[in-house]
Design a binder for this molecule. Structure first.
Ligand SMILES: Nc1ncnc2c1ncn2[C@@H]1O[C@H](COP(=O)(O)OP(=O)(O)OP(=O)(O)O)[C@@H](O)[C@H]1O
Ligand SMILES: [Mg+2]
Length: 300
């Protein structure tokens, strides 16, 4: 059975003077949190906008839940169950949360033309309940919310549209550490419900915290897709001076047995002490690793 939520197959996109994406192929598993990372201008947002039909690709195929999807306008993204949450929110600050969530598709009383405000608030409260880390009241005005709370309203909106795939473009950029922690709780809750999250981030620490898989883009090309837990060995390889990482590098692999067998069965989840003790003297700190990684991906 196909366990993929979303597949990008050979997606290319050019803007005048720049090829933003070059035959990018990524598979995103159902209910995974899949991080897309890469330096500024790598093509992350372009790929995500293509996924929801905000931008039209020049070439390539998008499959949603195993089927080729005709995503050529934003309404196609919604009808395929994909929502993109931009950094610049699309909320109306003078309206309350429920009004925003049902903006343009207001619920009416029976067959009458009159809006059913109570029903919209009730349904909004039900969705907000599932995002309870942020304890929001559906009557709150958007203009009175913090950035993190607005983020949650956007997620609630995506859920009310029955989105099964939610894309967050640098959601934590303007959040405090505590807000980020709570947002991650929400993301874990979505995962538990089977929702797939694509998560664009510049921050390495966040990827280790929340992502199941990671895809790295550079200059419009996919460098690699790996399980998050496989990134640490990879970073350590970079420390050993293997600067040219190719997408066909396998971990563990035969190519660098001297290094890789040392990884043994150690779980990367216990990485901080385990990895550092294995390579004590060579890798002195987590920062050392982070810095090496940033040289490679441009992220920090
Ligand atoms: N609408 C557009 N018109 C022209 N060029 C564009 C447009 N959108 C993106 N680009 C270019 O395409 C390339 C990829 O941009 P994109 O916004 O996808 O990168 P990104 O990885 O999201 O970067 P950032 O981390 O800065 O958000 C860049 O060179 C950018 O200047
Ligand atoms: Mg971007």
């Amino acid at each position: 059975m196909n366990d993929l939520a979303l597949e990008f197959i050979n997606i290319s996109k050019s803007f005048p003077g720049v090829q933003a994406l070059k035959e990018v192929s990524i598979q995103i598993k159902k209910a995974d949190v899949h991080a897309i990372v890469g330096e500024n201008g790598a093509g992350k947002s372009t790929l995500m906008k293509i996924a929801v039909g905000e931008l039209l690709r020049d070439a390539g195929i998008i499959k949603v839940f195993g089927r080729e999807a005709q995503i050529i306008s934003p309404s196609d993204g919604y009808s395929c169950g994909i929502s993109l949450i931009h950094q610049e929110f699309s909320l109306v600050s003078t309206l309350d949360i429920a009004q925003n969530i049902f903006l343009g598709r207001e619920l009416t009383r029976g067959n009458s033309p009159f809006m059913d405000s109570n029903l919209m608030h009730k349904q909004t409260e039900e969705i907000l309940d599932s995002l309870k880390m942020f304890r929001l009241d559906s009557h709150l005005k958007i203009g009175d919310l913090t950035v993190a709370q607005k983020q949650v309203v956007e997620i609630a909106k995506a859920l009310s549209l029955n989105s099964k795939i939610i894309i967050m473009d640098e959601p934590t950029a303007a959040l405090t550490l505590e807000e980020t922690r709570r947002l991650f709780e929400v993301v874990r809750g979505l995962k538990a419900k089977g929702v797939t999250t694509l998560f664009i981030s510049h921050r390495l620490e966040e990827i280790f915290e929340i992502a199941d898989k990671v895809s790295i883009l550079r200059d419009g090309e996919l460098i690699l897709t790996k399980q998050q837990t496989q990134l640490f060995p990879l970073i350590i390889l970079i420390n050993y001076g293997i600067h040219k990482i190719r997408s066909n590098l396998t971990i563990p692999g035969e190519k660098y047995p001297g290094i890789l067998t040392n990884f043994g069965n150690k779980s990367v989840h216990h990485r901080s002490s385990v990895w550092f003790s294995i390579y004590g003297g060579k890798i002195s700190s987590r920062n050392h690793i982070t810095n090496s990684f940033s040289c490679f991906t441009g992220i920090y």
